[in-house]
Write a protein that binds this ligand. Sequence first.
Ligand code: F0G
Length: 366
Amino acid sequence: MAHQWQGVIREYHERLPFGADDPVVTLGEGGTPLVPAPALSSRTGAKVYVKVEGMNPTGSFKDRGMTSAISQVLHSDAKIVACASTGNTSASAAAYAVAAGLSSAVILPAGKIAAGKLAQAIVHGANLVAVDGNFDDCLRIARELTANYPVALVNSVNPYRLQGQKTAAFEVVDALGDAPDIHVLPVGNAGNISAYWMGYCEYAGRTTAASMGRSATELAPVASKVPQMWGVQAWGAAPLVLGHPVEKPETVATAIRIGNPASWKLAEEARDDSQGWIDRVTDEEILAAQALLAAQVGVFIEPGSAASIAGLLKAAEAGKVPEGATIVCTVTGNGLKDTATALSGRDLDITPIEATTEAAARALDL
Ligand code: F0G
């Protein structure tokens, strides 16, 4: 019989805090490809895969957490959902609000959202508020608004977000047959690294501080181990590396332009309990990694996602990648969201030719 992927709540219902009859708001998120990346394997001496989260319905991993957060909102009286965002959360919240029949309000740092993400919020009918400030200001406002008005907060401080996002770790284990040795991912507000760690722990029969609902220890373990969690921040927005908030975060990777991550403690726990680390990479390293993945693996990712690849390459150069290790890098968002950054600095010769095959052959040096 034909099988249609059911979205992460139905696919992983045993491990999520929803009952069988609870309403589910889904756009079919999850089930994303785990793609071998030979160009990264040969550079690192490891066996490297990329988990392509840009394949989700709104083009980023946020959809995994939005299906669970918005489904849970249907249990409350709220008719409006709100979030602060560097772009992807707002795109996802706006789309899932449409699917749920709710309104959405998105609070964004003015001028710092990639064009594709802004377009998504607009076409899905979100009420946009542009703030003269950064993401951290937006999150403070979103928290205060939702505390004082009948509006549901769907940022990752809402625990249902991490519940949905942990399913990405389940998928990695399901695809590989066990947990990888190392999992690398970009870190901004630090929800995703915390969610993956929860997912890996639960699949190995352990719980974490973020676990909810039925205890993972009641279910048979699926994985025999947990990976080391390696987190990567942008150089100018690296509070977890520096050990203190960054007042004016700056990076070309606007998705992770965050100075005071909400899930700070959970991310530190993921790092320390997994014996991993969190490092930072420069904007140049991020853009080079984005270009390398596009040109040598065939996957077009946004700059924020490329932090994970840049971090892996930096670790390899420093001799920190164990020979033959199985490594998964999450690439969190689709490159199509921010074509301006991907094309900046490129010499684009698009002078038209005459409409003949001969002219095309000449232009191609054939
Ligand atoms: N990669 C992308 C493409 C993102 O959009 C984000 C976060 C991250 C990585 C970092 O994940 O916050 O869980 O550590 N974007 C949020 C947003 C902040 O508003 O879209 P995190």
